[in-house]
Design a protein around this ligand. Structure first.
Ligand SMILES: Cc1ncc(COP(=O)(O)O)c(C=O)c1O
Length: 388
């Protein structure tokens, strides 16, 4: 756990991205924060040390990252983990057997798998609901419910949850409100302003932005909750190594400018696809045709580069993902390079088929993570991949 300083929170987001948590190092004055590649620290005597004892508990490079992301989200404490899944797993360790979680039905497949296949064996129970509908969320709450967990926009259907409405429900029932802000990032969406208690990220995606590390981050605003999470982070030990933290920090410096370009490219490509007769549907909250466009405009300041298209069949989806030359067929998202994926067989293969199809996640669905290349080149690539 690392608490931000007043200086970390002193400036606007683009400035925080570059400076928060990263004072020049006192030894040599290195402007770029050093990688503290060590597992342990010399102690001056019994119980006397410089605040560092063992690197599972704390590491300066990790602390710099924790402060940076906490400052970007407008939180006070950050916790870095070895992956987004490690972050979700660790925060759910706040719960005890018998507790119940209301979770969005269209969360990342790995989150669904963790809850449904592993944590449910340990006495936690889960209800998966359509978080587009606040009434359905409220109906799912039971006296045992402790957590309301959601993504918005969702992966890959690009559905939105009304954060303000979710925050009100969580408050009314005394639930911890957890928001996965991986897709929108703090640049475009501010869950703490809607009473989220915990914001979680896969730093693997936009925060790092260069597809060269795997990591997760949890941010909170409340001291007592931070203490409980710090205990879990140290006791369970799913922490990242210092080099991965440093890579994430380096990526974060350009977060604001990258997100602007992802957003500009995303809007152009979505508009182009929306006018194309070769696809059956497009899911992008920045389009006026998206059923929740008004909500998107209200709670997001940009729409980013994530979108999904319905090609109509597995065969067509297969042709598109195999024909692209610039888009890369790969798991993951949020890198500077454009990626294309087939959720039914890749990111969401772990979600039962009936549940996938009920939410429109068909075999014909293709997900795009639009990068920051020249948009004309990306459009030309999709044009040739869609074929005649
Ligand atoms: C929205 C979202 N949350 C969490 C995760 C899990 O993160 P990681 O792959 O870093 O474990 C992912 C992974 O794709 C994701 O897309």
């Amino acid at each position: 756990m690392t608490h931000i300083t007043d200086a970390d929170a002193a400036h606007r987001l683009a400035t925080r991205a570059i400076h928060a948590g990263q004072e020049p190092d006192p030894l040599a004055g290195a402007v770029t924060f050093p990688i503290f590649q060590t597992s342990t620290y010399v102690q001056q005597g019994i119980g006397r040390n410089k605040g560092y004892e063992y690197a599972r508990t704390s590491n300066p490079t990790r602390q710099a990252l924790e402060r940076n992301v906490a400052a970007l989200e407008g939180g006070t404490h950050g916790f870095a983990f070895a992956s987004g899944m490690a972050a979700v797993d660790s925060l759910l360790k706040l719960l005890s057997a018998g507790d119940h979680v209301v979770c969005g039905e269209n969360v990342y497949g790995g989150v669904h798998r963790l809850m449904d296949k592993i944590l449910s064996r340990m006495g936690l129970t889960f209800t998966f609901v359509d978080t587009r509908d606040p009434a359905a969320v409220e109906r799912a709450v039971t006296p045992r419910t402790k957590v309301l967990y959601g993504e918005t926009p969702t992966n890959p259907m690009m559905r939105l949850a009304d954060l303000a409405a979710m925050g009100r429900i969580a408050k009314a029932h005394g639930l911890l409100f957890v928001v996965d802000n991986t897709f929108a990032t703090p640049v475009f969406q501010r869950p703490f302003e809607s009473d989220a208690d915990i914001v979680v990220h896969s730093t693997t995606k936009y925060l790092n932005g260069h597809s060269d590390m795997v990591g997760g981050l949890v941010v909170v605003r409340e001291d007592a909750l931070a203490e409980r999470l710090a205990y879990i982070q140290n006791a369970a030990g799913a922490v990242p190594g210092p080099f991965d933290c440093w890579l994430a920090l380096r990526g974060l410096k350009t977060l604001a400018v990258r997100m602007r370009q992802h957003d500009a490219n995303g809007r152009r490509i979505a508009e182009w696809l929306a006018a194309d007769q070769r696809i059956r549907a497009i899911y992008y909250p920045g389009l006026p045709s998206h059923p929740q466009h008004e909500l998107a405009k209200r709670q997001m300041s940009g729409f980013g580069g994530m979108m999904s298209i319905e090609t109509g069949s597995l065969e067509r989806a297969g042709r598109v993902v195999e024909r692209v030359k610039l888009f890369v067929l790969a798991e993951s998202l949020g890198g500077v390079e454009s990626l294309i994926g087939h959720p039914a067989t890749m990111t969401h293969a772990a979600v039962p088929k009936a549940m996938r199809e009920a939410m429109g996640l068909t075999d014909g669905l293709v997900r795009l993570s639009v990068g920051i290349e020249d948009a004309d080149d990306l459009i030309a690539d999709l044009d040739q991949a869609l074929g005649s």
